[in-house]
Design a protein around this ligand. Structure first.
Ligand SMILES: Nc1ncnc2c1ncn2[C@@H]1O[C@H](COP(=O)(O)OP(=O)(O)O)[C@@H](O)[C@H]1O
Ligand SMILES: [Mg+2]
Length: 376
């Protein structure tokens, strides 16, 4: 059997790589195709390091050639990842803070803050230096979840400048909009106001060295989010959703907000919260109260990594209310759940940092349709 290079190229035209509108030949991803008898070597150049996209591209190529050309073809796929030139960051980089991870959800009440708090303590247990910035102006809940709701950050002098000193709890440094507003007060802030307050909590605070800063964003995809992304160089975003259709629809909007060309905050992945209920006395029974694997399927549809699932467990809720994140409970199933998710998040941050330049703060020149959002 002798394979024909042109026929193979034609077959490859039926494959599209996630995130690129055109087929892999047209988009330039196929750098070369060589044939030797029944062997074919396909050289691919991709702009994403995401393992699952590389894997899918390779699988698709093999499957397509086997189906359209010959089941006997011996196929080798070489993938080279080409990263964009490291751009000069003009936005304000934050000295000492290595990675800012935004935790977002389309809908409120899906467990965004619970997940943020538990990932934070898990990162700290893994040995990272961690800060949490509670940016949820509608319902700041970090002070309660970390049992510091009655604390007030004090001002200290660092190198002759006054700085806010973050509150510390369970080895996590934290600042929250909640420290500065009465708990009963419904805070209706506009985006620029929220962004200004957050800017102060980041740039005028003494965070010291942090490996990770987790940003608990308000729910939704409104102008507040744009303002925050405008002012902060966010490394990547994690989107939390329940498996329920209404939550998924909003999570999808959240993911597309980050992925928008002119915003371009890499989505590190989706976490499914309240994935199923397990009664403590029947640990092997799983009840899919909000539907099964909705967020997992959404991740597959949107071609973003699935970072893991968190069950509905009474002790997670109790721990949140009590002010001691459940993942701190050593040798518990909850600890294991959050260890796996946190490892996946760290892995995605590593992949992202290996492949992409630092995210620039973006400049929003008008709000209309976000079409005038541009890089600094
Ligand atoms: N996996 C879970 N199991 C049990 N209760 C949960 C779980 N995740 C969140 N909750 C509870 O659901 C409520 C909403 O969670 P929260 O993290 O405040 O949501 P969000 O920040 O998205 O508004 C809280 O009372 C919290 O304790
Ligand atoms: Mg919250």
């Amino acid at each position: 059997m002798k394979l024909d290079r042109k026929e193979i190229l034609k077959a490859l035209e039926t494959i599209t790589i996630a995130g690129e509108g055109k087929n892999m030949v047209e988009s330039g991803a196929v750098a070369n195709v060589l044939t030797f008898g029944d062997e074919v070597v396909v050289d691919l150049v991709l702009h994403t390091p995401a393992m699952h996209i590389k894997k899918r591209a390779e699988d698709d190529i093999k499957k397509t050639i086997h189906e359209l050309i010959s089941t006997d073809a011996k196929i080798k796929v070489n993938i080279k990842v080409e990263t964009p030139e490291k751009a000069e960051i003009k936005g304000r980089a934050i000295p000492g803070i290595k990675n800012i991870i935004a935790v977002a959800s389309g809908k409120g009440g899906v467990g965004k803050s619970t997940v943020t708090a538990n990932i934070a303590v898990t990162l700290a247990k893994m040995g990272f230096k961690v800060g949490v910035l509670d940016a949820d102006i509608y319902g700041p809940s970090m002070p309660i979840m970390f049992d510091v709701e009655n604390e007030k950050p004090v001002s200290i002098t660092v190198d002759g400048k006054s700085k806010m000193k973050p509150i510390e709890s369970y080895e996590i440094k934290m600042l929250s909009i909640g420290f500065f507003t009465a708990p009963s007060q419904a805070v209706i802030w506009r985006g620029p106001m929220a962004a200004k307050a957050l800017n102060q909590m980041i740039f005028d605070a003494d965070w010291g060295e942090l490996d990770f800063m987790l940003l608990d964003l308000p729910p939704g995809t409104g102008d507040i989010h744009l303002s925050i992304m405008q002012s902060l160089p966010i490394t990547g975003a994690v989107v939390v959703s329940t498996p329920q259709a209404v939550a998924l629809a909003d999570a999808k909007k959240g993911v597309s907000m980050f992925m928008q060309d002119n915003i371009n905050v890499p989505v590190l992945g989706i976490i499914e919260n309240m994935a199923y209920f397990t009664p403590e006395e029947l640990p092997n029974n799983k009840y899919y109260i909000f539907g099964q694997e909705g967020a997992k399927n959404l991740a597959a549809d949107l071609d973003v990594p699935f970072l893991g699932e968190v069950p509905i467990v009474q002790s997670i809720r109790e721990a949140g209310d009590y002010g001691r994140p459940a993942a701190l409970q050593t040798a518990s199933p909850i600890e294991a759940v959050f260890e796996e998710i946190t490892r996946n998040v760290v892995q995605e941050v590593v992949n992202r940092n290996e492949s992409l330049p630092a995210t620039e703060a973006i400049k929003i020149t008008t709000m209309a349709g976000c079409s005038a959002v541009k890089k600094n």
